[in-house]
Write a protein of this length. Structure first.
Lengths: 356, 356, 356, 356
């Protein structure tokens, strides 16, 4: 298995950063769905490179072309394939990469696994550009979830060591989070946002990069969705989230912090309100025994700093010889800015899959 | 999907805490393997409740019975089924749970999902007892990995806010980690161990519980194993690790900390040593682009405090009525002590699956 | 993959003919189902060896034991495991088979695939005894289908060259087929039945065996179930039916005969009756484009003669040496008698899977 | 599941007959494979419509475009996507089909399943044009199998009631079958071929159609490949073969005929020759217990006559009203001529999958 995800919905990802296109086939969508193309484009724009001076200067149009599964303005119910053609590909930027391994990229591991035959240009199939089809899929998933009253929102929880304010896990922050969508840095607190901007600019100017965390909230989730063990909500979302390039950590609810708590503090006490069973705290992140309990689901995803930096680095080539690498090309000093929409997309896909 | 995991190896988990037995069918083992039963039992003993005053007093013998797939002292290559019969089940302890929801347990979510028909006794199919078959499977996986020169080790990284000393990600700690296996608390540092013991005793005495973290190291891993996207090493191990009851966070390499670093600090610089390509640091945890790079793989798993505590708690019953809960029964004040072997087992299964 | 079938329902088969037991884990059953144990036993008795002089003299009680997933007289919704313990195993009958290959059995292919480590006693995991858990599963599937108004019936279409009368594919033969269930040979026509009995007796007396065909009808199937291509009704049922030991052919509707027809004769003309769309003929067997059209589904399965015969046969052993084989043991001269209920079971499982 | 097949190789089919294109993503190919494009085109030409007066007059160029997974003249090892653009689409021919159901087509079942939203033009996703990507995949599979010494050949066994001569199952007919590849009708016997041609011409002239059977042989297969039960060779190939539009029956070895034989006649007697174990007859078709025995594998597939005929037919429309249908458009009077290469492709894919 590699680029196929097969559950109730099935996804088949394909394409390379500097090949003809990247794309996905989505199998399992219901028939008769009318796409909101404006919303799809809005989501894609959130991921698109080149839309701010804080992100990479590569300016892909991110225009998609639906090859199948959409007919007379409705989904057909048969496989939907969408592609994103690659236009602005400066492959010569990458010509040295055929033999030279960029630190913390997949150049070396790809070289070993594919015995030197992989498309090395711009990361090839490992490129973050392959997430464009995922964002497309996520936009559709969100649209289908909204009909069921479920909404997936996110924000940037931190950039480097600059953290946004904490948000309670029991309340509904939908409106708050919708309001920050137009920001370049999706933080609630203006001061943190400003500091983060400065940090990213500093990184860009010094040819460096920085990581961060994305927090995702799923509202309107009914209780009783998910499974124990191998197909728990955490397993399914965790598996999908760890598919996003650059993710090194995933936590649900109180996450790593909960390991420091006592049971008396960590347990979420049940109470009844208007015929609904709720919990006073939500350290479990809305999931108990792998199954939703009706409280908001929340999770945090840690992204490493962009591996592509513009200070000279030591490395080796495929002959094991020591080299000096001075990267050229266009890269994000902070992929987290563009990652929030991918995290939302992935969560929307994973949750929709449970609801079909 | 729920209790079946289906990759190159396929696992089918079954059973309930207070039913006839718990067990697993393992499909995909090679034929001709001689089990090291002493090692299997050692692994099971590490998970077994009741073997120290720091863990639950339930004394299951954890004796297993192989029902199929093992013939004339060899695996046959056809499905191997193993069961663990339940003997020491005090079901009356749980009789109230039919209608009452223990905080942060799966009682409520299971009630909703299974419409009240699930086996509520001792957590039923949600019980940590179902991990005994996983430890059995892990012991076999470890044995098969050892032939390929791969070893999975672990230690307790922290209990509550008491952390063991840090271990470098580039060095091989196999011997160190083997040496602590006989300890009750698998920490390297004696002082931390003592403090953790005191903390757990305090918790038990006060009817409370506490969480912690397990760190896992995989040594001897060749480069080039894994896949980009949906079947990356992180996706596969992440998915399996989030199947373990009580896990709320998983991170690889530098994990959540890496989100605070600059690219210049986070990138793992390649160098060549004796015809082998290595990295000077290993913040990536041995994985780049979802594929192993030949450095040790390492990961940390966060466990919540045992939800079963013995101080009175508020809750609701299935009629939505407010109740007071005073748990009876036998529980671990700190499941992390018994969790390390489960984390190892899960990692061994996930890695072996890539190697078949 | 081998003994796990993984769709909406997941089955994990295990066990060997002369080991501890055979069994299955069923994952994906809804919670709250009350089993009709009398019906399950009736179905099992239809498959059971030793219940007539026309079948093998091995007298297994075919008593099952549910290990998990059934609690307080209801399915729990979590994995249901059932085992059939092996009692009447005369393993010494098979001792020579360790090294000698019975013609048209899996002794040789199993020996090669499992490198000599498989359980050779009585066919081991290849044994038709492993179908007992499938019949159990089928009995449950039938019960769940009946609630949806769907019924799976069968009859023996032929034994050797003795054919039962033809049944129209457009009419509902439920009552007719129910009425023949008490017969030893499930044929409609009494004369064919008598001839078939004589044939089987002749085979038994001469130490020979004979094959036959089973025809299966699925009534009450709504239109619109199934899929094009890889998960068509024919693909799903075909795949499952070819899992039954001894099956060498599967056809739907007019099957092989349709290849001889002209389109004008083969096409099923649509007409409307009481707001329902039907077809005047049903050469398609109720399936068009892989999807049900609301007409009865019908299919025929061809079984080879029992490979175990009692006349001396030439063969080779695992050293490639020529040998003479004179089989001992107890075998059916005609497995088709016991196969009808297995075909029904498999079809019920396959169809239920589409309906969940 | 529907248009995704997921085993060691994974296929994701997409596209509609009169949409933008049809295509497939193949996941799981090894890296470093150089395609023989001449052979791929030869295979595609065998399936191509319009290349003889005996087949449909639609003249698709069947030119393919590789979108991903092939770089610098080698497979990369990451997903390979290929599309076939639709050029010669006369969609107005099909405009009436929006509401009218052609007999024995998927118009009605598709209408019900997809609630009227499916692409009805020329069968949409149900169209045999979707098999072009399968033939492409098969051509690659054949190339990879050839390296392992395995060859998949076929011939037309019968058209209507005109049968080609019988070929023994024990001998190797590779050369014979290669030699007939240039024929329009892939029959060995010249007389049968002539009769079949006349029959097909007669059908075309009378606006009728006719079915037939394809026989497939797999040579060079090592013993020990396959599995018992759900993933037997018969299950895997059966499932894939029943995915081909128009297939109504599949049989292995002696197939349906074996049901009429006695065990003494049906059993394949083992003997030893030059250190190889063989069978004197091969009624099992090279498969015992779901696993190859080293003898040639053979199977027969029954195709129904083309449902599209040009004589007026009665039918109903989606309002249940009686209509008269007089089909326009371009269709094969006998799809079997073009089906042989599809059967070969499917078998090559299914067998390669076992060998990876």
């Amino acid at each position: 298995m590699s680029s196929i995800w097969s559950s109730n919905i099935k996804l088949s990802l394909f394409g390379e950063s500097h090949g003809t296109c990247v794309g996905v086939t989505i199998d399992g969508l219901p028939p008769g769905v009318v796409f909101n193309f404006a919303e799809i484009q809005t989501e894609l724009n959130r991921r698109k490179p080149g839309n701010t001076c804080l992100t990479t200067q590569r300016s892909e149009s991110d225009e998609f072309e639906i090859l199948s599964g959409y007919f007379n303005d409705y989904t057909t119910g048969t496989p939907l394939t969408v592609i994103f053609k690659n236009h602005d590909t400066k492959s010569k930027d990458y010509s040295r990469l055929k033999e030279e391994f960029r630190p913390s990229h997949a150049d070396f591991t790809g070289y070993v696994k594919y015995q030197g035959f992989h498309d090395f240009r711009g990361g090839g199939h490992f490129s973050a550009r392959v997430t464009a089809p995922l964002v497309f899929t996520g936009a559709i998933a969100k649209q289908l979830l909204k009909i069921k009253g479920i909404e997936v929102c996110s924000r940037i929880k931190s950039i480097a060591d600059i953290s946004d304010i904490a948000l309670s896990y029991t309340e509904d922050h939908r409106e708050l989070l919708r309001n920050i969508q137009s920001k370049i840095i999706l933080m609630v607190d203006g001061m943190s946002e400003e500091l983060a901007k400065l940090k990213i600019e500093e990184m860009r100017n010094s040819g460096d990069s920085v990581g961060g965390k994305v927090e995702c909230f799923i509202y309107g989730m009914p209780a009783g969705i998910g499974n124990p063990f191998f197909n728990s909500i955490e397993s399914q979302l965790g598996s999908l989230l760890f598919s996003i390039p650059g993710v090194k950590g995933v936590e649900f609810g109180k996450g790593f912090e909960i390991s420091k708590l006592r049971g008396t503090a960590a347990n979420d006490i049940f109470y009844s309100e208007k015929d609904e069973i709720k919990t006073r705290t939500n350290h479990s992140g809305g999931i108990q025994g792998g199954i939703s309990n009706g409280m908001p689901i929340n999770l945090v995803v840690a992204f490493k700093p962009t591996a592509s930096i513009f200070t000279e680095q030591e490395s080796v080539n495929c002959h094991g010889e020591k080299i000096k690498l001075q990267l050229q090309g266009r890269h994000d000093p902070c992929i987290v800015l563009r990652a929030a929409v991918i995290v939302e997309a992935i969560c929307a896909i994973g949750i929709l899959d449970f609801m079909l």
